[in-house]
Design a protein around this ligand. Structure first.
Ligand SMILES: CC[C@@H](C(=O)O)C(=O)SCCNC(=O)CCNC(=O)[C@H](O)C(C)(C)COP(=O)(O)OP(=O)(O)OC[C@H]1O[C@@H](n2cnc3c(N)ncnc32)[C@H](O)[C@@H]1OP(=O)(O)O
Ligand code: CO
Length: 153
């Protein structure tokens, strides 16, 4: 498998409204989507864009361009992030999401390596298939794999 673009960093928060205020007022974010519920994933979600027009390091900028912060708030006590917030009540970095061109091939690759896949492949917040890998098999990082959105989406 070839590593794809870092699509987003998932950040768990007890209050998406407070986090939006933080990204606007402290971090100077200007592009933040409206939050919406994803009941199948047990979370409310919105995206903070990180436009990277620094001009400092073109290679790095190009690799990171458009990576977003995904703010996630639990919808209920059954949410997959409820346990994380119980341990980290202020919230914090929750997962990394990498793009791949072919989700089925990526899943087969990780299964072949004996990595634990958490549940089924399902449709994520970007409308493309995603799956999660157990943090204990991924150097301590909960890892989301997402199929790259097709052009025009
Ligand atoms: C917005 C939609 C979608 C998208 O399109 O982008 C999303 O991103 S949804 C995001 C939320 N969904 C998920 O996270 C689904 C996958 N997650 C899970 O299945 C569970 O959260 C989990 C990873 C299995 C953890 O379950 P939990 O019950 O909270 O904890 P455990 O106690 O079983 O954890 C075992 C072990 O792992 C450590 N852990 C837990 N979460 C993380 C984390 N985010 N990063 C790193 N490590 C984590 C936890 O501390 C335990 O370790 P020990 O205490 O050493 O046993
Ligand atoms: Co995510």
């Amino acid at each position: 498998m070839k590593l794809g673009r870092l699509n987003h960093i998932g950040v768990a928060t007890p209050s998406i409204a407070d986090s939006i205020r933080y990204y606007r007022e402290v971090m100077g974010a200007t592009e933040i989507t409206e939050p919406f519920d994803l009941p199948e994933q047990g979370v409310k979600v919105c995206f903070v864009s990180t436009p990277g027009e620094t001009g400092v390091n073109e290679a790095l900028h190009s690799a990171l361009n458009g990576t977003q912060i995904e703010l996630i708030e639990p919808l209920n006590s059954e949410s997959p992030i409820a346990g994380f917030l119980a341990k980290n009540p202020a919230g914090g970095q929750h997962h990394l999401c990498y793009e791949v061109p072919d989700i089925a091939a990526a899943r087969a690759w990780f299964e072949g390596l004996g990595k634990r896949i958490l549940g089924s492949t399902r449709i994520g917040a970007h409308g493309t298939p995603i799956f999660f890998l157990h943090p204990k098999d991924m150097m301590g990082q909960l890892t989301e794999i997402m199929e790259t959105p097709k052009a025009g989406h």
